[in-house]
Design a binder for this molecule. Structure first.
Ligand code: FAD
Length: 588
């Protein structure tokens, strides 16, 4: 029988959301014993790669009301307004708390916290630590978690299944990657903080580990996935690698030009051009600082008109930051220079950077309420894997780092309370499920000899089906084709053959487990997109170009079935901000 490791709260994920949840749980009750299970060492979580910053109202002249309005209009009115209000109110407190824990926020000359402009935000409100914000935030959270002896880490353990007892979540089965052994990590409450799933697409800024595992765990336990059709393309990725050139490059004054040297965004209802000699201009939310969905869509239109460059890694436009000058680039966005030099072979102080839209962030995720609770008792979710929702149909850049703090903390506190009030599950119940999981992995993957499908083939086919069928623009026909392909892949994935039959650090095994989950999640994305016959935010249906509030001012909820997922709807929480047109480029 697999070992059973008993704790009070089990957190899956050692990124920003998971670490914040762990600290909140032990602070809520120092007698609790908290486990963090993470498939990589916490500092390798994707949060580390966030560059641009974290939004929170702090500057004179800004207001909570403005941040709320920007977020709601950015979401194309699909965000729950009670969630946005709560988020905006708590974000500055969380960012200050991080400051007290040692996060080195960049400063103004007078010593106050510096903020920068960001896409879709009407005023400068994005806190940053140069352009390595995620690294510094994650480091701060990690070192703070180390102060708490009752946080026990299981680094390089891969969670494969939720353990249930009497209709509630009571832990996970996980593979200790070093030994290959399956163990039951058990608690009275479970928090999923496993990050996003950009890897279901071929061209993404997301780390290879972002395969949506937590969504798969929840989905398979009957929890619905919310708003899965909303996939964010960031307008400025490096062709070839998909490495992100942060929005901070435009926040600092960078401009986008097509192959005719035209600042093409001026043709897309995004306001008047800023004066490029005056990069820090008060008129924000215009042109290059419009929201990401609109900018990525504008690229596609330019491409259709033949206005983009064509290179060895596909089409692209230019992001020009030369006018900022070497000093400002080195001081404010040094990482942009480093990345462009190393991965595009150009020095952006002297030449424009080639960029194209790239899959970046998933607005959808595990359905939770404001307390980060899911429909399954004892199960919480926070961070990019969750959908509260504050992002609706389009997330504003720099809202997700504070989101994982605000809702990570709430998940931790809630799970601590739940753990105090509930008894542990009987050992036999979890032991049997973990044993079943161990047997399944051995039989279907490690010891199988008669499989005829390869992981890489299936993964590549899935990624290309998603891009072709479910990209920036979608139609019934492209989505139907993607749905058929993904269903076929789900069947074929049952016959996957591994070459590596060993136990220790079997990366082929983890790739197979990730693929299985990605296919299932991709299916929920495609079917949610098929059912939403309107265009809203990042979900653009060529065959239904208008937003349809009458029918679709609603969250989609995808439920797992034996066949294609079942899609249901729930009303969006509208409190004080009635739906309106999204207007950019002028004062609102
Ligand atoms: C390049 C890049 C730049 C970004 N820049 C910004 C920015 O400037 N501002 C902003 O607001 N947002 C930004 N974002 C988005 C933001 O960084 C992420 O949404 C956020 O960091 C996600 O944090 P998380 O804690 O939810 O997940 P992650 O940091 O991705 O952590 C996930 C954790 O889950 C664990 N895990 C996953 N599956 C398993 C499993 N099966 N078993 C065990 N453990 C598992 C992993 O080991 C990891 O520890 C950026 C994203 C990218 C990709």
């Amino acid at each position: 029988m697999p070992d059973v490791l008993q704790h009070d709260v089990v957190i899956v994920g050692g990124g920003g959301a998971g670490l914040r949840a762990a600290i909140a749980a032990v602070e809520a009750d120092p007698t609790l014993d908290v486990a963090i299970v993470s498939k990589v060492y916490p500092m390798r979580s994707h949060t580390v790669s966030a560059e641009g910053g974290a939004a929170g109202v702090i500057k004179a002249g800004d207001s909570l009301e403005e941040h709320i309005r920007d977020t709601i209009s950015g979401s194309d009115w699909l965000a729950d307004q009670d969630a946005v209000e709560l988020f905006v109110r708590e974000a500055p407190q969380e960012l200050l708390r991080l400051e007290h824990w040692g996060c080195p926020w960049s400063r103004e000359p007078d010593g106050t916290v510096a903020v920068r402009p960001f896409g879709g935000m009407g005023i400068e409100r994005t806190w940053f630590a140069a352009d390595k914000t995620g690294f510094h935030m994650l480091h701060t959270l990690f070192q703070t978690s180390l102060q708490h002896e009752r946080v026990r880490r299981y680094d390089e353990w891969f969670a494969t299944r939720l353990l249930l007892d009497d209709g509630r979540a009571v832990g996970v089965s996980a593979i200790e990657l070093r030994s290959g052994q399956v163990r039951a990590v058990v608690g009275k409450a479970v928090i999923l903080a496993t990050g996003g799933f950009g890897r279901i697409f071929p061209f993404t800024t997301n780390a290879a580990i972002k395969t949506g595992d937590g969504l798969g765990l929840a989905f398979r336990a009957g929890v619905p996935l919310k708003d899965m059709e909303f996939v964010q393309y960031h307008p400025t990725g490096l062709p070839g690698t998909g490495i992100l050139i942060t929005e901070a490059a435009r926040g600092e004054g960078g401009i986008l030009v097509n192959r005719h040297g035209d600042r093409y965004l001026r043709h897309y209802n995004l306001g008047e051009p800023l004066d490029i000699r005056d990069p820090v201009h008060p008129r924000l939310r215009t042109m290059e600082l419009g929201p990401r969905d609109r900018l990525s869509q504008a690229f596609m239109k330019e491409q259709d008109q033949g206005n983009v460059f064509d290179g060895p890694y596909g089409t692209y436009v230019h992001l020009d930051i030369r006018h900022l000058g070497e000093r400002r680039v080195d001081q404010k966005i040094p990482f942009v220079r480093e990345l462009a030099t190393n991965y595009a072979g150009i020095d952006p102080v002297r030449e424009p950077i080639p960029v194209r839209p790239v899959v970046h962030y998933m607005m959808g995720g595990i359905d939770t309420n404001l307390e980060a609770e899911t429909a399954l008792p004892g199960l919480y979710a926070a961070g990019e894997c969750a959908c509260v929702s504050i992002n609706g149909a389009n997330r504003l850049g720099s809202n997700s780092l504070p989101e994982l703090l605000v809702f990570g903390a709430r998940a931790g506190t809630g799970a601590a309370r739940w753990a105090r009030e509930h008894a542990p599950a009987p050992r036999a119940a979890v032991e049997t499920q973990a044993a079943d999981e161990q047997a399944r992995i051995a039989r279907d993957l490690i010891n199988r000899r008669d499989g005829d499908e390869r992981i890489a083939t299936l993964r590549t086919e899935m990624q290309h089906a998603m891009e072709a069928g479910c990209g920036i623009y979608r139609t019934e026909a492209t989505l139907q084709a993607a749905a058929a392909k993904v269903a076929e892949l789900r069947e074929r994935a049952r016959r996957v053959q591994l070459d590596d039959h060993s136990l220790s650090f079997n990366t082929e095994l983890t790739a197979a487990l990730e693929l299985d989950i990605m296919i299932e999640i991709a299916e929920s994305v495609v079917h949610s997109a098929l059912h939403r016959t309107e265009s809203r935010g990042s979900h653009q249906r060529v065959d239904f170009p208008q937003r349809d509030d009458g029918r679709f001012l609603k969250h989609s909820l995808a439920y797992r079935t034996e066949g294609a997922p079942r899609v249901e709807y729930r009303d969006v929480a509208i409190t004080r901000w009635p739906p309106a047109e999204r207007v950019y480029g002028r004062a609102h």
